[in-house]
Design a protein around this ligand. Structure first.
Ligand code: PEP
Ligand code: MG
Length: 887
């Protein structure tokens, strides 16, 4: 019979061998901590396969689960000496979710389960603290009603607020036992009113209700959004962890906290965390009270008064520090920990590899390799390539004037400016209208996740460094300032106040998540200085990778940026971008509108010196490196005006009458321009265009060779080829131009002529195309569009739904559709090599900067990937990881 329940604690471990796929991350690590002898409250994990069965069976559990759960409860009872539902000395449990990958705050949790009208009295008696018992009961009713019964939680909040107001209390801690007891009666009345039944008193009903709710929360909207943003497959499912409660709210020798074994923002090797005395469970993360620091050093650095845990509870702190070191050595990674102190006794509730900023990830990986805790290869694998993005983006110009409004906590690094919005939906709407926004909230919750994603940055008035806003923003790589306490937000009037300043929705602010500053207006930014750790890890990565990394760039500035980031050549220079330049668009239009070849050649002659200078500047930056230059690709009508007013202007500029221009525009109209007169089809019909471009390339190459003594290595690339003959014709045009230029200049330059593989036919006929082409570069943007029959310009409208429904695991324009497009690439590589064994193979579609696609490119054995300048470091690291993981 399949085992579904795995017990841990009190010297028992049913194993699962720390298998996260089976037990979920939380369950696996609870078992792991228990098995190395750390103080973990006993409990059991219902494994992730039950989640899938639960959905398959329409919300029913497998038959054998009842007995297994009963056995799990008996295990907890045996160790704690308490009985579930015992009115004299009741066992209380927590019920929490725990998927394979951590999804902070996304799924449901129920605490204090097992309380009812009878057991609350027992708890009061045994703890000697009736106030605590009644507070626990009302928390339980509140949480259970929200999570399991799905009743409107505002009603409970309101009742609490009114109860405090009636009694003249400000804080929850002012409430007495009798106050809580009265509130419990009110809560029960609210349940009866909204649910139509009394609050469940049978502890077993409570337990099964909570287990069902946790499994149910796997398919909640917010969990689905989180999974989509984090590429977590929907079929993984969550586990459910049931564990004996321990209490951080049993007076001043009790506390609850969260901690990291190293600083998750900077990576510094110092314990880092926050705790609250006399508080329970989620109070720290929820940002309801501002927590205290863990260490004395951190408190002093922040200039905070309330004592740190190191000072307030020195013995427990020492025990905690010992646990931190054990955990780092055991898991060989920085850990994110939740703990509770119950009357001076430390309990570990969770450990997991801690989320961290890219900066911290780098530092921790390099430090741990230097400390000998991990190898250099492991260090390379530890840093998420996409996370480097955070490091590579601009920070605030230190010399620019700042109108500082206030300061909060530096919760997630980086700087961002944008228009203030106060809710997630507006953030998403404005973003869709191409506006940059900063989401300003009192505190974020999982419902805000789409708005956080849409925003450039996040600012909150409440919450610490481990609040929801801080944790999620760091994970997303968004700058975030949290806990800016002087901020008075009025979301209703859509404004916030700081002192006597007022900022309204739509006004621009800047936040600096590295310092915590919030400024009025947009503050200019500067390019980042990369740290020594960045250089070190990149060096390690470069020794480990096989794939070369080039860049997609067409301006000298972009080429320079890419070289600084380590690009080893240009993989795609799109020449059409150069044609849009204001100084030459008129000549381009004259060329397009010309009646005959003679007219076209006259216009092209004007463009030649301009193109030559483009290439000269690029070759100067890239000297000694291969530069793939693609000849003109887009349909010509893209260069013509469309708006009525513009037509008249252009007609005057090119010397045509308006009617004639309109006629010509109409002639060039295509129903499906992406599959129309573009790519090499332009070169086939108007060879003089490619001839001019080839001439400009070779003249520039000769000039740069002459000047610098080192020749660039041009690789002339023909787009959208489907057949061998097309390439043959175009190669002849390029070769002829090369010979002419070499004869004129009295020198020759080594060059290659090759093609993009962007059409399925080209991939299939690669063997014969390689007879002519000296290299292939996979244009996976077009290859995806033509293989899937999905327009790259219109896919946005339905692809999200496709991904949600699991038709494609990820957006195929972002990450290669390995099964379809990938197979064509494999075929083309193999067939190309069959005729030309040393054919150079690369990729220049957007996928060249996507880590998963780079992994695929390594498997197929391409020679290089090409990515936009800022993604070059990401590609270098991903290429090294791909080489290390190569099967
Ligand atoms: C491609 O199609 O993948 C490509 C790189 O070309 P473009 O995006 O310019 O069509
Ligand atoms: Mg293309």
């Amino acid at each position: 019979m399949t085992q579904y329940v795995y017990r841990f604690g009190g010297g028992v471990s049913d194993g699962g061998n720390g298998d996260k796929n089976l037990l979920g991350g939380k369950g696996a690590n609870l078992d792991g901590m228990a098995s190395i002898g750390l103080p973990v409250p006993p409990g059991f994990t219902i494994s992730t396969p039950v989640c899938a069965l639960y959905y398959e069976n329409g919300g029913a559990f497998p038959d054998s689960l009842t007995a297994e759960v009963a056995n799990g409860i008996a295990h907890i009872e045996g160790i704690t000496g308490k009985r579930f539902g015992d009115p004299a000395d009741p066992l209380l449990v927590s019920v929490r979710s725990g998927a394979r990958a951590s999804m902070p705050g996304m799924m449901d949790t129920v605490l204090n389960l097992g309380l009812n009208d009878a057991t609350v009295a027992g708890l009061a008696e045994i703890s000697g603290d009736p106030r605590f018992a009644w507070d626990s009961y009302r928390r339980f009713i509140q949480m259970y009603s929200d999570v399991v019964l799905e009743l409107d939680h505002d009603r409970f909040e309101e009742a609490l607020e009114i109860a405090k107001e009636d009694r003249g209390h400000v804080l929850d801690t002012d409430m007495t036992a009798a106050d809580w007891q009265a509130l419990v009666s009110e809560y029960k009345a609210i349940v009866q009113e909204l649910w139509g039944k009394p609050f469940p008193q049978d502890v077993h009903d409570q337990l099964w209700g909570a287990i069902g709710a946790v499994f149910g929360s796997w398919q909640s909207e917010r969990a689905k959004v989180y999974r989509r943003l984090n590429d977590i497959p929907g079929d993984w499912g969550t586990a459910v962890n049931v564990q004996a409660m321990v209490f951080g709210n049993m007076g001043d020798t009790s506390a609850t906290g969260v901690a990291f074994t190293r600083d998750p923002a900077t990576g510094e090797a110092a314990y880092y965390g926050e705790f609250l005395i006399n508080a329970q469970g989620e109070d720290v993360v929820a940002g309801i009270r501002t927590p205290q620091y863990l260490t004395k050093a951190a408190r002093e650095r922040a200039g905070a008064k309330p004592l740190s845990m190191e000072e307030a509870m020195p013995e427990v702190y020492a025990e905690l520090a010992r646990v931190f070191d054990l955990l780092e050595r055991h898991y060989r990674d920085m850990q994110d920990i939740e703990f509770t102190v119950e009357r001076g006794h430390l309990w570990m509730l969770q450990t997991r590899s801690g989320k961290r900023t890219a900066k911290a990830a780098l530092k921790i990986a390099v430090d741990m390799a230097d400390e000998g805790l991990i190898t250099r290869e492991e260090a390379i694998l530890r840093v998420e390539p996409a996370a480097l993005d955070q490091l590579l983006h601009p920070t605030l110009d230190p010399d620019a004037p700042r109108d500082v409004l206030t300061k909060g906590l530096p919760a997630s690094p980086g700087a961002a400016s944008g228009k203030v919005v106060f809710d997630a939906d507006t953030a998403e709407k404005w973003k869709a209208a191409e506006q940059k926004v900063i989401l300003v909230r009192v505190e974020t919750s999982p419902e805000d996740i789409h708005g956080m994603h849409a925003a450039e940055g996040i600012l909150t008035a409440r919450g610490g460094m481990t609040s929801h806003a801080a944790v999620v923003a760091r994970g997303m790589g968004r700058p975030c300032v949290s806990g800016a306490g002087t901020l008075a937000i009025n979301a209703h009037l859509k404004l916030f106040r700081v002192g006597n300043r007022e900022v309204r929705e739509g006004e621009v602010i800047t936040i600096d998540g590295t310092t915590g500053e919030v400024m009025f207006g947009a503050v200019p930014t500067v390019q980042p200085e990369l740290s020594g750790d960045f250089g070190t890890l990149m060096e390690w990565a470069d020794t480990g990778r096989r794939l070369k990394v080039r860049t997609n760039a067409e301006t000298p500035q972009d080429c320079r940026t890419a070289r600084d980031f380590g690009a080893e050549g240009i993989g795609l220079c799109r020449t059409e971008h150069m044609f849009f330049d204001a100084a030459r668009i008129t000549a381009v239009r004259q060329m397009i509108l010309a009646e005959d070849e003679k007219g076209r050649r006259a216009a092209l002659a004007k463009l030649l010196p301009e193109q030559r200078s483009d290439f000269t500047q690029i070759f100067e930056v890239m000297v000694g490196l291969p530069c793939t230059i693609r000849l003109l690709d887009p349909p010509l009508h893209e260069f013509l005006p469309h708006a009525e007013e513009e037509v008249a202007e252009v007609a005057a500029a090119v010397g045509l009458d308006v009617e004639k221009l309109k006629r010509r525009i109409a002639e060039l109209h295509e129903f499906n321009p992406m599959l129309g007169h573009r790519g090499c089809r332009l070169g086939v019909t108007y060879p003089e265009i490619y001839e001019m471009q080839a001439r400009a390339i070779f003249e520039a190459a000769c000039d740069v060779a002459e000047k610098s003594g080192e020749a660039p290595i041009p690789e002339v690339m023909i787009p959208l080829v489907a057949t061998r003959r097309e390439l043959e014709l175009m190669k002849a045009v390029v070769d002829k131009a090369a010979q002419a230029v070499f004869a004129e200049k009295g020198r020759t330059i080594d060059y290659l002529v090759g093609t993009m593989i962007e059409l399925p036919r080209a991939a299939l006929r690669a063997a014969e195309i390689a007879e002519v082409g000296e290299f292939f570069s996979f244009g996976t943007n077009d290859l995806t569009q033509t293989t899937l029959g999905v327009s790259r310009d219109d896919a946005g409208r339905f692809l999200t739904t496709y991904v949600e429904k699991g038709i494609y695991a990820r957006d195929p324009f972002v990450s290669i559709d390995v099964e379809g497009v990938g197979e064509l690439i494999s075929i083309a590589a193999e067939r190309g090599r069959s005729t030309r064994p040393d054919i150079k193979l690369g990729i220049c579609g957007e996928h060249g900067g996507d880590p998963a696609s780079i992994h695929f490119c390594e498997q197929v054995g391409l020679d290089y990937v090409s990515a936009s300048p800022y993604r070059v470091p990401i590609a270098r690291l991903a290429a090294a990881q791909a080489a290390l993981k190569r099967e």
